[in-house]
Design a binder for this molecule. Sequence first.
Ligand code: COA
Length: 418
Amino acid sequence: MHFPSPPSPDYDFRPPEDWSEFTEVVSLAYGGYDHSPEHRATAAELLEPKRSLLACTAGRPCATLAGYSLDMTLPGTGPRPVLGLGYIAVSPAHRRRGLMRELIRRTLADLHTTRAEPVAVLNSTEPDIYGRFGFGAASHAVSLAIPVEARELTEMPAGDGPPLTLEVASPAESEAAVAAVCRAGLAERPGTLRREGAWLRRSLADPPADRGGAGRLLCMLATDGTAVRGYALYRLTAGWTRSYPRFTVSVRELCATDPAAYAFLWRALLDVDLGGTVVAEARPVDDPVLALLADPRSAAPTVRDQLYARAVDVDRALAGRGYAAEAELVLEVSDPLCPWNEGRWRLITGPAGADCVRTHAAADLALTARELGAVLLGGGSFAQLALAGRVTELRPGAVRAATVAFRHDPAPYCPVVF
Ligand SMILES: CC(C)(COP(=O)(O)OP(=O)(O)OC[C@H]1O[C@@H](n2cnc3c(N)ncnc32)[C@H](O)[C@@H]1OP(=O)(O)O)[C@@H](O)C(=O)NCCC(=O)NCCS
């Protein structure tokens, strides 16, 4: 692996005072767009200066990295602390001088030294940026566009609960109900984030300047008289085809506590008055709607990479999640950016938990930190990575054992971009 020399001493690194030190670099790096005042206020509220980093030259910020203290569900566990990285941006005049690499290196080294979060996660603008830093594509999302002629659902699960009714409210009015549904589903799917306070408000935010010509954000609630059992955040964009209304229904989020509420909400979205194509840009790859639609092919599901994950400390990251099967594996890890991870680790997994310690025993599998990141949330497959030549099997049967132990149902997915 090629490692350029660290950035020149003209740069110094320090935590930001507040969000105002991010704005110019972020705006320049992301194409000169200025965020709306609402967006800036939320970004300022969410920024954790002590966990974030700036590179400066002559006293002026020229590169940024925001660190967020998140609680994320890992395979087989409830929410666990992870560090979310966001707003990794370098001013155009300072790009390709190693500033992004140095911001990430310092952040990971600090997490290791302080024994803070054992896992770091991020969303990436482009898929080939972060592999070199040991981040692997750990969750995927599927985009769907369900045309009018493919609205039919095969089943409507009845469920045991009382009959459901539909309410449509503003996101602000729905905040408590959305929070309750999110909480109820928190432990189920790896990648799910605990969302309270500012993170929840951000998920419900709808600044008029960011609507891009669409209507305002609405919230469908599936209620049974005593409890809200699901919600869908969506908006309509007006459109007409040969004088017929074909408004695009864009689904931002849909979450339900049980199959009946889930199907009920999809049914409601597919039946919206004036509705044309129902578009959902990012759904879990195993979203039940793909099994509910009579004609899923028409929805043209397209898979894309979503969350990138990294083991900050191999032992703590691997011991901190659950596994689907018992296995004993010696992993030979290559990790030049985080040299404390290099070498062999014995991982013993079982339903009660896992143990991961250094070993001199012969390795069963050889891989880099990037591959470990890809399987960390239970989504990636050792078998697939081995077939792609990215994991080397050194003991027959080790790939199969690792694939079964690391995989998790349901698949990881994160509805939040941070
Ligand atoms: C992406 C960005 C942060 C890179 O910053 P940078 O300081 O120029 O990156 P570095 O000089 O540290 O580059 C480190 C390595 O990443 C590679 N790299 C940088 N940007 C890349 C990109 N967009 N695609 C692929 N590789 C990239 C470099 O070529 C270098 O490769 P090497 O390991 O072979 O030497 C910067 O170009 C930027 O701000 N882009 C716009 C905003 C953005 O997309 N941010 C990412 C948010 S997730």
